[in-house]
Design a protein around this ligand. Structure first.
Ligand SMILES: Nc1nc2c(ncn2[C@@H]2O[C@H](COP(=O)(O)OP(=O)(O)O)[C@@H](O)[C@H]2O)c(=O)[nH]1
Ligand SMILES: [Mg+2]
Ligand SMILES: [Zn+2]
Length: 301
């Protein structure tokens, strides 16, 4: 059978087959090869109800589309990059780095402006406009839930995690996306208790306060990754010239630059800088580009 690993606790894995969740361990060959199993992995498993180590045995990890190490998850399709304009104040360089990290990992970013009740509609729309030409972008009011259906529609059926600075409303949005869903956690707790007599450390701390990564399958097929991580990303080792590829809005104008290898910084007749002057490229995005280019230069020294 095939399923998705939705949680791992102390060598036990919870596997969701699209219908129910079963718990078990990795077969010896996986352990011997020190093959890690990530939350998000699609795995082949056998059911063995008499096994003392739970009811399933995982014997193969299907090739991953991608994997991240911090936090350790695999097969993400979409990272929802969440930020508020106030409380906390927006930090565009951090947002743009998260987006660049998505571009590098072939994960689709979706932009989500949260806490729209705290700013004017004009301010929210201005922020949205920075991103909406390049990426799907939505506004969500966590108090009323307005906008959460737009987000739900965009992420439907995909493997999705929320990222963004602490306090911007990720847990609130996660709970909105959860509304009306049956919870698989109860089933997971029962399985763990039956096999080990333990309850998970999570019990009693409430939903979405967990420290480990887990996935909540939603009834529309969306797999919602709940993770405490993803608040910021360091720029990986890369060439400064590669950074410009991470800004999709540079691509069209860059064709008109005088130099085909233009860095869009000091060169004459740079169409990207012209687009910047004309307001077609946002100042904050361009500034983030300069910051990131500087940052990766440290790897060259
Ligand atoms: N005014 C307002 N407060 C919100 C909104 N969304 C979340 N909050 C509050 O902001 C705080 C941080 O939210 P939380 O979801 O825990 O953020 P996280 O750290 O990104 O998970 C909490 O006190 C929430 O009640 C919103 O849309 N508007
Ligand atoms: Mg949170
Ligand atoms: Zn240029």
């Amino acid at each position: 059978m095939t399923g998705t690993v939705v949680k791992g606790i102390g060598g036990f894995y919870f596997v969701y087959d699209g219908n129910e969740v079963v718990m078990g361990k990795a077969r010896g060959n996986l352990k011997r090869n020190k093959e890690l199993i990530y939350v998000g992995d699609v795995v082949d498993f056998d059911i063995d109800e008499n096994d003392k180590d739970g009811e399933c045995v995982i014997h193969r990890v299907i090739e991953r589309k991608n994997h991240l190490t911090r936090p350790p998850v695999s097969n993400l399709d979409i990272l929802v990059v969440v930020f508020s304009l106030v409380s906390p104040d927006v930090n565009y360089p951090v947002i743009d780095k998260l987006i660049a990290g998505c571009e590098l990992a072939s994960i689709s970013p979706v932009i989500c402006i949260s806490k729209t009740d705290l700013v004017t509609e004009e301010a929210a729309n201005e922020a949205l406009a920075i991103y909406s030409a390049s990426y799907p972008a939505v506004k969500v009011n966590g108090v009323t839930g307005d906008g959460s259906d737009d987000l739900r529609r965009i992420i439907k059926g995909r493997n999705v995690a929320l990222a963004g600075p602490s306090g911007v409303g990720k847990s609130t949005i996660t709970n909105l996306l959860h509304a009306g869903e049956t919870d698989i956690e109860e089933a997971e707790e029962k399985l763990l208790k039956a096999a080990t007599g333990r309850v998970s450390s999570k019990t009693g701390r409430g939903r979405h306060t967990t420290r480990h990564v887990e996935i909540f399958p939603l009834s529309d097929g969306t797999m919602l990754y709940d993770t405490p991580g993803f608040t910021s990303l360091d720029m990986p080792v890369m060439e400064p010239v590669a950074v410009r590829e991470l800004f999709p809005e540079f691509r069209e104008p860059a064709k008109e630059c005088r130099y085909s290898d233009c860095m869009h910084i000091n060169e004459p007749d740079c169409a990207v800088k012209e687009a910047l002057q004309l307001g077609q490229i946002s100042r904050s995005r361009y500034d983030s580009y300069l910051t990131m280019t500087e940052e990766v230069k440290k790897w060259q020294r």
